[in-house]
Design a binder for this molecule. Structure first.
Ligand SMILES: [Zn+2]
Length: 366
């Protein structure tokens, strides 16, 4: 009888928890495509960072919106900030200023008492006052609206003497609050989870101080400088704006889709999802032969991604920053194709002919 009672109790508990699981509140995500139509961020050969940020933000919004586990907000769309945020910036301006003052003086007290030690990080541009107000306003809004995760979307740049030439650095960097901040722990755990997804296919920033991939920072308003964000927050620099994958007209859209997808999957993993690899680059069917000199090509981009999955890209002696996914078939890809051909006992000729294509299609095609 006791045993019976035990099982009935157990059964009721299981039902209870199953119910709470289903009825559990959705995780609130706030997507902030960096910059806006007034302050455009950086640019390269006619491409504006603000537009790229928005394109990625909208893809991310789409992924989260079709997932009932999440309730998602975005700060702006094609033309402007969404009404929700325009109204908030206007009606709350006084309170935003007070919020900034209060948080700053609290931080000064913490620094003076030694509660928090100042740590200098990667230097950032100081934004105009309007932008400062908006960014702190977004933090205040997130606190008041019970946001769980804020994701700021950016593309990186370094000072370049010639604006038409690429800079020296490349790769992704995920900024999170510095470890003394109250929202560090969750931010770090989620950022690590996203990092693991990016690690499947991408290079991480080789800029000194950014080169850990996940970068702690005290100064970025986006991640909660002056302890202004209660929830997990991160600012993702999805690569440098001048990298070939974003410059190639045929590869930028799918690259941005994949970066959004990896971000989404990383967050899903954090909540205990399955960690199964997925990418916007696959499945892919290669229909024509490929060789050195073919550039700005989706076939080459998916080829590079496949070669990376096979462990032959980047080829030996090269880093991911030397040989990123680009859509351009050059030395890196030629060497990697030879590696692939050796792996599968094909003649290592370094160009993708019918036999190599058949193998690729078998492994990564539909
Ligand atoms: Zn930016």
């Amino acid at each position: 009888m006791k045993r019976m009672l035990f099982f009935i109790t157990l059964f009721l508990w299981v039902i209870f928890f199953a119910e709470t699981e289903v009825a559990g509140a959705a995780t609130k995500i706030l997507i902030v495509p960096g910059h806006d139509n007034e302050y455009l961020g950086t640019d390269y050969r006619g491409m504006k960072e603000a537009d790229m940020n928005l394109a990625l933000g909208e893809k991310l919004l789409k992924l989260f919106s079709t997932d009932k586990n999440f309730e998602t907000h975005i700060t702006r769309n094609q033309s402007e900030y969404t009404n929700e945020f325009i109204n908030y910036f206007v009606t709350e301006l006084e309170n935003i200023h007070k919020f900034i003052r209060d948080k700053r003086s609290a931080m000064i007290q913490n620094l003076n008492s030694g509660e928090i030690v100042e740590v200098s990080g990667v230097p950032h541009n100081t934004p105009p006052q309007t932008v400062i107000d908006r960014l702190y306003g977004i933090n205040k809004w997130a606190n008041e609206n019970g946001v769980d995760i804020t994701i700021h979307i950016h593309f990186n740049d370094v000072p370049r003497k010639n604006r038409n030439l690429p800079g020296d650095y490349s790769g992704i960097a995920v900024y999170i609050p510095e470890r003394q901040f109250s929202n560090y722990k969750n931010s770090k755990a989620i950022a690590d989870s996203i990092f693991n997804r990016f690690y499947e296919l991408y290079a991480f920033s080789n800029l000194p101080k950014e080169d850990g991939g996940v970068v702690e920072d005290q100064a970025l308003i986006a991640t909660g400088s002056n302890n202004t964000v209660n929830n997990a927050a991160m600012l993702i620099e999805y690569g440098y704006i001048y990298e070939p994958i974003f410059q190639n007209k045929k590869t930028i859209d799918v690259a941005i889709s994949d970066l959004a997808l990896q971000t989404y999957l990383g967050i899903k993993d954090y909540f205990g999802w399955n960690n199964v690899f997925k990418s916007a680059y696959f499945p892919h069917n290669w229909k024509s032969n490929l060789k050195r000199g073919i550039n700005n090509s989706l076939d080459v981009l998916s080829l590079q991604a496949a070669l990376m999955r096979e462990g032959v890209y980047p080829p030996d002696g090269f880093s991911r920053n030397d040989c990123p996914l680009s859509g351009n078939f050059g030395n890196c890809t030629e060497r990697a194709v030879k590696g692939f051909q050796r792996k599968y006992n094909l003649e290592p000729i370094g160009l993708v002919g019918s036999k190599t294509r058949a193998k690729l299609n078998k492994l990564y095609g539909i």
